[in-house]
Structure formats: structure tokens, C-alpha cells
Design a protein around this ligand. Structure first.
Ligand SMILES: [Cu+2]
Length: 142
């Protein structure tokens, strides 16, 4: 008696089996689409990562000023600050302002240079904390 009832349950099992087969087909179709568009997407982002011209910008810390005070670069580029006020015994630093994207502060010094690579687009505001009134700068990373 229960055996006859099991037969319909076997038939019911064919339903999910058929659905599984459909799901597999769908997955194959999806994975086919996915690998195609995924490959396209990856190559597109690779192009974006490499095709903007990475550059090196130089900023002078001289006469208690930042020159140029605003620099625009492509992501992946570097900015090098040069300390040029050592001869007047004046030290500077470059320090991110709070509230925006940050980069590692240079520390205070009188000579030499400091280079930061910017990989993340954004508007980086900074200052020399010793001379904030006259030494404010901006790095725009595109
Ligand atoms: Cu300064």
C-alpha cells in the first residue's frame, strides 16, 4: 500500500531533477556569459589602470610657500616635495588636513625630499603645520 504511494513520489522527484537540469543549463549559460563579460570588464579596468599617464609632480617648499599649491595628477602618479628653505634655517612638513583623504605625513625637516604615490582618486588637502597661514596645498588625483 505505501509502495504504491511511493511511485507518485518518485514521479515527483523527477520534477526537481528536471529543474536541476534546467538550473545546470542556466548556470552553463550564465557562466558562459559571465566569463565573456567578466573578461571584457577585466580588460577594461586594466586599461583604466594603465592608460592614464602616471606622472611625477614636483612641489617646492620654498620661501615659506608651497609651489605649485595645487597639483593634478593621474592615480598611480607620485608627488615629490622638495625642501628648499634649509638655507634660511626654516623647517617644513606636509601633513594631510583632517576630513578628507589622507596620505602619510612627511615629518618636519629642512632639506631633502619626500615622495608619495597616490593610487586612490580624491582631493587631498594638506598644509605645513608650522606655517599653515601661508603653506596650504592640494593634490587632486584623477
Ligand atoms: Cu612650513
Amino acid at each position: 500500500m505505501p509502495q504504491t504511494k511511493k511511485r507518485p513520489s518518485h514521479i515527483v522527484l523527477r520534477g526537481p531533477t528536471a529543474i536541476c537540469a534546467t538550473a545546470v543549463l542556466a548556470l552553463v549559460a550564465l557562466s558562459g556569459c559571465g566569463s565573456g563579460s567578466g573578461g571584457m570588464g577585466a580588460s577594461t579596468s586594466d586599461t583604466n589602470a594603465t592608460s592614464p599617464k602616471a606622472t611625477t609632480a614636483t612641489v617646492r617648499l620654498q620661501n615659506i610657500a608651497i609651489k605649485p599649491s595645487k597639483v593634478t595628477i593621474q592615480r598611480g602618479s607620485t608627488v615629490t616635495w622638495q625642501w628648499l628653505d634649509g638655507h634660511i634655517d626654516t623647517a617644513h612638513n606636509v601633513t594631510s588636513l583632517p576630513g578628507g583623504p589622507q596620505f602619510k605625513a612627511s615629518g618636519t625637516r629642512q632639506t631633502g625630499s619626500y615622495t608619495v604615490r597616490f593610487n586612490t582618486p580624491g582631493k587631498y588637502l594638506y598644509e605645513c603645520t608650522i606655517h599653515p597661514a601661508s603653506m596650504q596645498g592640494e593634490i587632486v588625483v584623477e
